[in-house]
Design a protein around this ligand. Sequence first.
Ligand code: DAH
Length: 345
Amino acid sequence: MSLLDRLQALNDKAVSGLENCEAPAELESLYHEILGKKGELTEILKGIKDLSPEEKKHAGSRANEIRSDLEKRFKDAQSDLKTRAMEKALEEESFDVLRPVSYHAGGLHPISEVQYQVEEIFSSMGFRIMDGPEVETDESNFGSLNFSDDHPARDMQDTIWVEGGNLLRTHTSTVQVRSMKMLEPPFRIVAPGRVFRFEQTDASHETTFHQVEGMMVDKEVSVSHLIYVMKTFLRRYFEKDVEVRLRPGYFPFVEPGFELDFSCLVCDGKGCSVCKHSGWVEIMPCGLVHPNVLSAGGIDPSKWQGFAFGLGLSRLVMMRHKIEDIRHLLSGNMRFFKAFHGQAH
Ligand code: DAH
């Protein structure tokens, strides 16, 4: 094979080799093989000394042509590879900001979900939402609610005392007095919140739970107003017509005081395990506000009357989701809560 033919063959080999190069390392080794100091071109050119002067010139210029052409091709291939590597990295490292990650989506705690719904129902009946502190004075939690110092009913609510003679409120009834002091009658309020009891825990007792206090103060307020509001609330909450009944109940801050039951929704009042075969489910204590409580709130009991109720928010949540142990509610157990996400109402 003449030297010129060998040069041409080398050129062709390099050109096709370049086409197949996939990585910078391959490119580099091909370069060394073809154009490196000890590469094939150098090897071929060793034979140039045996040629005639005319052939030498011709072969020399052809060799230079091929070398500079190949140098350029190698450069181009190198920058091509770089661009491709960059594009690939961008593609792999980029992420789709719109891609849904629903399996980790959060949700409302069932207590919050029910609380918001209760607030909405009462708001639509003209009740405003009130709030009060969780650390309270003895006077707010008991005294102004008509518990005298040695009142036996204080023992009904085992109290968690904190430093300075204060306590963690045992019920949301504390907000009744705060509201009376803040608002001009007539008014209607509901006050959802956490309450605390020093209690042995079991499936139906927890040291922290949730209540919604309700109160309406107006010129003439009777038990029938109370029944109407509670029936309306229960119908909207359970999306079903319910019957209610009152049994006498004792709380120092109401007179008369009642326990309000509603007809069992599971068996329609026929009797089942949920209503302990009575056909009725206890839902909230309530009553007409005691005159002493109105006075403690700065409201003249000869001019104004009121009703009040204490709804067990934790119980409402348990009924909705058929939760049998109250201790699940504040357990923070995500596996437990995941079961409820997305199945509200
Ligand atoms: N505060 C009472 C409790 O937690 C519940 C209660 C009873 C609230 C009667 C009321 C009421 O507003 O009228 O045991």
